[in-house]
Ligand binder design. Structure first.
Ligand code: ATP
Ligand code: MG
Length: 456
């Protein structure tokens, strides 16, 4: 190792270079396309590094989701090097280099926005020339569009373990913020002043929680302290971005653990306003319903089965829907209308925070309304219901409710028996089951830039 650097929490521009013999990042574990991009950019005279989750995950022996590349070449220069590339993003342009289905995302080094670049009297502050950044009154970054050096690029990243840069020039890892030490100590530490970094981009709170669950790390004390008091800032994040974050939080195989952490940091209620008054779920039925839904989502992902945000969201919001439904019944609405109205009301409230696309909110309401249809369990009607598209999800939902302790008078068992006695109908279900996490579209290796667009 060379050049030990200063405290990670006080921005520094020195780096430690870790030689190939001292780190475990092997080229064999890196996408050949990502390597190709690194070599070609180097050949064209530019610096290029794999950065972020790609390096971090290899260092902790996980399989990276994707390999992002950072370079000192401008987007235009990157585009010239790769004919198979497309420039994307309006405010901050990044380049997607296409290799069949795999896309390698290449970003130009960027500096922090002016407000957060508080390192005085060094080249960092002075080198910020092309200022095109903006904050709102509470300090949130609205635009973050400033090219910079690799050092500046490292400091604007969220956590020290995400600011490690791998180069094929000597196969070294460049560590600007003591990220390697934090990896060794299994610690997630934010770069810079935690409170200010959450204010700039409150989604970093969700990223912190998601990453400690994924990596099995602990959140460093100072990084952890302002989370509870900053959680409300998530209210101002565009709902469409929060939908993307919702997917990342809960469809990665660690959703149950993530749920518990979100509750303990007072974040869950911010994400799901209809549940705010029910948290921390003193009514065990509610908590078990949610835990059951997260557990089965994790199990399905682990077993390679399809998962849908519609089912999970229907289960998460059920405690609120159930209560409004009961109120509507007390107000003498018919059961169907009571459920219909409860679903409408709760979804409307939820949409203020998380933009649930219609392709998911419609099936959610169907799952809820089916709960009433499943109650009428005479054999003739059952034989019809069982062939319906929404039956399977509604039946699984019914079992989840029963498991959570709702007294449904053995309805779940009745339907299980009925299906066993009608194997033909089982085949119909099977044919109707399709993967439904997202709209059918061309498979891409990258998860897409959608969650990044508001910070870039
Ligand atoms: P994973 O891909 O496993 O979900 P990741 O850390 O790679 O995790 P990405 O969303 O792919 O997450 O982001 C790539 C990198 O971009 C991060 O590692 C981090 O360095 C930087 N980054 C992403 N989001 C932010 C943010 N909100 N603030 C600062 N830096 C960020
Ligand atoms: Mg990534």
């Amino acid at each position: 190792m060379t050049k030990p650097s200063k405290q990670a929490s006080s921005p520094s521009i020195e780096s430690t270079i870790i030689s190939r013999a001292e780190h475990g990042v092997s080229r064999k574990s890196i996408s050949p396309f990502a390597l190709k991009v690194l070599y070609k950019l180097n050949d064209a005279g530019f610096d290029a590094y794999i950065v972020g989750g790609g390096v971090r995950d290899l260092l902790v022996n996980l399989v990276p989701k994707d390999f992002d590349i950072a370079t000192n070449a401008s987007p235009e220069q990157v585009s010239k090097v790769f004919r198979n590339s497309r420039m994307i993003g309006r405010r901050f342009r990044i380049v997607h280099v296409h290799f069949g289905r795999e896309i390698i995302e290449v970003s130009t080094f960027r500096a922090q926005s002016s407000q957060s670049t508080k390192v005085e009297g060094n080249s960092l502050a002075r080198s910020v020339k092309h200022l095109d950044s903006a904050h709102n009154q509470s300090g949130m970054i609205l635009r973050d569009n400033v090219y910079g050096t690799i050092e500046e690029d490292a400091l604007r990243r969220d956590f020290t373990v995400n600011a490690l840069y791998y180069t094929v020039k000597g196969f070294t890892v460049h560590d600007f913020c003591h990220g390697l030490e934090d990896i060794k100590n299994q610690t997630l530490r934010i770069i810079g002043d935690p409170e200010q970094r959450y204010r700039e981009d409150p989604v970093r709170i969700l990223r912190a929680i998601r990453l400690v669950c994924k990596l099995n790390f602990s959140i460093e004390k100072n990084t952890e302290t302002p989370i509870k008091t900053s959680a409300y800032l998530l209210e101002s994040i565009p709902p469409a971005r929060l939908f993307d974050e919702f997917i990342k939080l809960f469809f990665n195989g660690n959703s149950l653990q993530t749920f518990h952490k979100l509750i303990s940091y007072d974040v869950f209620g911010v994400l799901f306003p209809p549940l705010k008054t029910l948290i921390p779920f003193p009514d065990a039925i509610d908590r078990i319903m949610l835990e059951g839904a997260f557990q089965s989502t994790d199990d399905r992902i682990l077993n390679g089965k399809s998962v849908t945000p519609a089912f999970l969201l229907a289960a998460i919001l059920w405690p609120a829907v159930r209560r409004v439904f009961q109120q509507n019944i007390t107000a003498k609405l018919s059961p169907m209308l009571a459920m219909h109205e409860a679903g409408r009301e709760i979804i409307e409230m939820q949409l203020n925070q998380i933009a649930i696309p219609k392709r998911f909110s419609i099936p959610m309401r169907e799952i809820w309304e089916y709960q009433l249809r499943l109650e009428r369990n005479n054999a003739k009607k059952a034989a019809i219901l069982i062939t319906k598209k929404r039956f399977r999800a509604a039946y699984d939902f019914l079992l989840l409710r029963e498991d959570s302790g709702e007294n449904l008078k053995g309805l779940g068992q009745w339907w299980s028996n009925f299906q066993e006695a009608n194997p033909q109908a089982q085949i119909a279900h099977h044919n109707q089951q399709k993967p439904s996490l997202s709209k059918p579209r061309k498979r891409r290796v990258k998860s897409g830039p959608s969650t990044k667009k508001t910070i870039h």
